[in-house]
Design a binder for this molecule. Structure first.
Ligand SMILES: Nc1nc(O)c(N)c(N[C@@H]2O[C@H](COP(=O)(O)O)[C@@H](O)[C@H]2O)n1
Length: 204
């Protein structure tokens, strides 16, 4: 079911606001490199590429094109011309899928990403955006950001799970989404990456 998400107003000085990946807490962004994810034995450079690939369960060659991009912004751009081929139930499943993408980023980069998430303390986490008030929040004047901030809220949920020891760091089942296909196969459970310390994607 598609739920309405509430628009909120955030006072910038009270929040962890992330925007550009090289700035403070930029690692929280899906556009951040250095947090690779392996799905069904395939390497994906960023959570953004994974999320965009999930739009197209019935187009494996497009998924291949998207996940072969090391740049997260390019991965998103590659998906843009095909937006009208996005799975029909996307508005109903995209938040569930985004939650799972963030969980996948966490389980496979646990040491560093859990530290970054916990480093946000108790503050509201907000993705600054100049135009997207669904995933992020848009500046209104100098001191406030206004938006549904769904990405920030999912990150806060994940942080809470960590704080309450409710995040299972040893395996992650796929979300309950029909036809959750990746390169023609159902997406399987995800496990921690064996080579988490291999930071070859860092700073790309
Ligand atoms: N274009 C763009 N630039 C950025 O720097 C961003 N952080 C985002 N937002 C991210 O895009 C994803 C959602 O994409 P859709 O537009 O819904 O396909 C999500 O990861 C946002 O955080 N966009």
């Amino acid at each position: 079911m598609k739920r309405k998400v509430g628009i909120r107003t955030y006072l910038r000085e009270e929040c962890i606001v992330f925007h550009k990946t090289k700035e403070s807490f930029g690692a929280l962004s899906n556009m951040s490199s250095g947090f690779p994810i392996t799905i069904n034995n395939r390497h994906i450079s960023t959570s953004e590429a994974l999320y965009q690939a999930c739009r197209f369960p019935f187009n494996p060659s497009l998924q291949e094109l998207i996940i072969s991009q090391t740049s997260p912004m390019t991965a998103k751009m590659r998906s843009k011309p095909y937006r009208n081929e996005t799975r029909a139930d996307w508005p109903m499943v995209r938040v569930r899928i985004m939650r799972w993408c963030l969980q996948a980023k966490l389980i496979q980069n646990f040491a560093i990403f859990s530290e970054i998430l916990q480093g946000t303390g108790e503050k509201p986490i907000v993705e600054y955006s100049s135009k997207d008030n669904f995933w992020g929040a848009i500046p209104q004047g100098d001191s406030t950001l206004v938006g549904a901030n769904v990405l920030g809220r999912l990150l806060m949920d994940l942080r809470l799970q960590l704080q309450q020891n409710l995040f299972s760091a040893d395996h992650l089942p796929p979300p309950e989404v029909d036809n959750f296909l990746f390169l023609n196969s159902p997406i399987k459970e995800i496990y921690p990456r064996i080579s988490e310390n291999d930071s070859s994607d860092l700073f790309t």
